[in-house]
Design a binder for this molecule. Structure first.
Ligand SMILES: [Zn+2]
Length: 322
């Protein structure tokens, strides 16, 4: 209810009612309203700057979760990087060395990810730096893993070839030699039993009773199975990779030329055919055109100690059996 206001009129010596114009009233109402709006706005701003709306609260919480996720991912990437570094190290120093593969150039291993342009869409956010760093790390890791997997592919192929190679080349002794006492004469200059001269002995003689089985020392194909050349009944296996092996003075041959043979399969039996003084097998390994010392090709069935013992026996000077 509006209050009536009065003022004293000295001309009329009386109190008169104050008349308020409509304009004044409108102004006053507006004044009051705008003051209220401003005050209200200030209060709302004050409240909102101290207290978050529910939506803001959710967003803040989400943001904190993302930050935590970035940290976790960073840690995981670091761990993966460590595992990969170990693999690279083993690859370079062991695997590639075993298979005689060329080392991978360090610059290829470091595998550049190229350009910062690709991370452009990550710019302009509060966590842009962290996100870009994270992406760079993941890309770098992916590139390194790719290089590493290519290296393993290459080694896989080399290993497959190596398996064929290792099963082909001569790698055992041609007769069972458990007590290691069968070697009677080694590779090198020896006195020839018949000519009694110092002659180069191009193989190793294993003494064994007449009829002892003689085995193929590596996979291959029978190239020769015949009598002649002072070797008596002799067999030559072609192992591929430039390797051949020869077994001489057999009493009986059990293979034919052209036949495929596996390491450990029977070739024939010990005898004394050809220029020989006693039952034995004269064993040769030929690499390319050269006869080489078979002592280096017994590694498959000997321990380190046995190998040393057999080397010593084979190196003794003495008379060969052929
Ligand atoms: Zn011999």
């Amino acid at each position: 209810m509006a209050k009536n206001k009065y003022f004293y009129n000295p001309h009329k010596l009386d109190f008169e009612k104050v008349r308020t114009s409509l304009t004044t009233v409108v102004f006053r109402v507006f004044g009051f309203l705008s003051a209220s709006v401003v005050a209200g706005a200030i209060m709302v701003l004050a409240i909102y700057s101290f207290i978050d709306s529910p939506k803001e609260k959710t967003l803040k919480r989400e943001n904190e979760q993302y930050q935590a996720q970035i940290k976790v991912l960073n840690k995981k990437i670091e761990e993966l990087g460590g595992v990969l570094a170990e693999l690279q190290d083993r690859d370079a120093n062991i695997y590639r060395a075993i298979f005689e593969a060329d080392p991978i150039d360090i610059s290829i291993r470091k595998a550049g990810t190229g350009g910062i342009e690709k991370y452009k869409m990550l710019n302009g956010f509060e966590s842009s730096d962290e996100l870009i760093a994270l992406n760079e790390k993941v890309d770098e890791l992916a590139a390194k893993v790719y290089v590493q997997s290519k290296s393993f592919d290459e080694l896989g192929k080399l290993a497959a070839n190596k398996t064929v190679f290792l099963s082909s080349i001569p790698a055992i002794q041609p007769i069972s030699n458990k007590d290691l006492k069968r070697i009677a004469s080694g590779f090198g200059y020896r006195i020839h039993p018949i000519f009694k001269t110092h002659k180069f002995h191009s193989g190793i003689d294993f003494t064994a009773p007449h009829g002892t089985p003689i085995y193929a020392t590596g996979n291959g194909k029978i190239e020769t199975a015949e009598n002649g050349n002072g070797y008596g009944n002799h067999v030559i296996i072609n192992h591929g990779f430039g390797y051949r092996s020869l077994y001489a003075h057999m009493s009986k041959m059990k293979v034919r030329p052209g036949q495929k043979i596996q390491r450990g399969e029977l070739l024939g039996y010990v005898g004394s055919t050809g220029t020989s003084t006693a039952p034995h097998v004269h064993y040769e390994i030929i690499k390319g055109e050269n006869k080489i010392n078979p002592i280096n090709y017994f590694f498959n069935d000997l321990t380190e100690e046995e190998y040393q013992a057999i080397r010593e026996i084979a190196n003794r000077e003495g008379q060969s059996f052929d």
